[in-house]
Design a binder for this molecule. Structure first.
Ligand code: DX5
Ligand code: ZN
Length: 219
């Protein structure tokens, strides 16, 4: 079984207190940090470029988990790998859910020495990607529509998680199952029970006491 990892989403970090909050994250039990890269096209919101990731690479001790919400993940994966990403996840929808194109980008990322996997939006069925399961380190299931923090958890997405758990066992694989969107101390328990081992949380972690909030997700 994979170790349970909490990945705070720095989308919700308070950038007026960036140094202090990174120091707090460094003292926390969060082993990963999650970066939501949005290009204003694949999703309406616009967030981080590679230079910000380089700053985190220098100041944060965590494994850097980069979630690309961009129209052209083939172009941007190497740019974020160069900037310090340890793991790249990209949306299947950005590659027209084309299994051949997805497999090619997984290989491109692996060839550059990082962990990688794909992400599906809530309306994208997961079963069509069964043949790719032996090529990924991680699969990210969106439990909100990508684009913004602070939305409500879509509990029916846990059906995809359960399918991934059973396929992983059937096929003898070990990929991580990550969930992103609407996670708090209640929904995280449901996600973990369904089989998630990698928990992204943005607004919940950064509202109030960061250390306590992270701990509450591990309980
Ligand atoms: C949404 C992002 C999430 C976001 C989650 O598009 O992919 O990572 O930061 O935020 P919360 O935890 O507030 O739903
Ligand atoms: Zn994300």
């Amino acid at each position: 079984m994979n170790e349970l990892i909490i990945a705070p989403s720095v989308l919700s970090l308070d950038y007026s207190q960036m140094t202090e909050q990174i120091q707090t994250l460094n003292q926390s039990k969060a082993k990963w940090l999650h970066f939501d890269v949005m290009d204003g096209h694949f999703v309406p919101n616009l967030t981080f470029g590679p230079d910000l990731l380089k700053g985190f690479k220098k100041s944060a001790k965590q494994f850097l988990d980069v979630h690309l919400m961009v129209e052209d993940p083939v172009k941007y994966s190497p740019i974020f790998i160069e900037a310090g990403a340890d793991c790249i996840t990209f949306h299947t929808e950005a590659l027209q859910n084309d299994v051949t194109k997805i497999a090619s980008l997984l290989k491109q990322n692996h060839d550059q020495g990082v962990k990688t996997g794909f992400v599906v939006k809530p309306n994208t069925p997961i079963e069509q990607f069964e043949n790719l399961l032996n090529q990924v380190d991680i699969i990210l299931i969106m439990s909100v529509e990508p684009g913004f923090g602070g939305q409500s958890f879509m509990e029916n997405m846990l059906e995809k998680v359960k399918w991934l758990v059973s396929k992983r066992e059937e096929l003898g694989l070990s990929y991580r199952i990550e969930i992103d969107g609407g996670i708090n101390e209640i929904t995280s328990k449901k996600a973990i029970k369904a089989g998630c081992d990698t928990i992204v949380a943005g607004s919940y972690v950064f509202k109030g006491n960061i250390l306590n909030n992270i701990e509450s997700l591990l309980k």
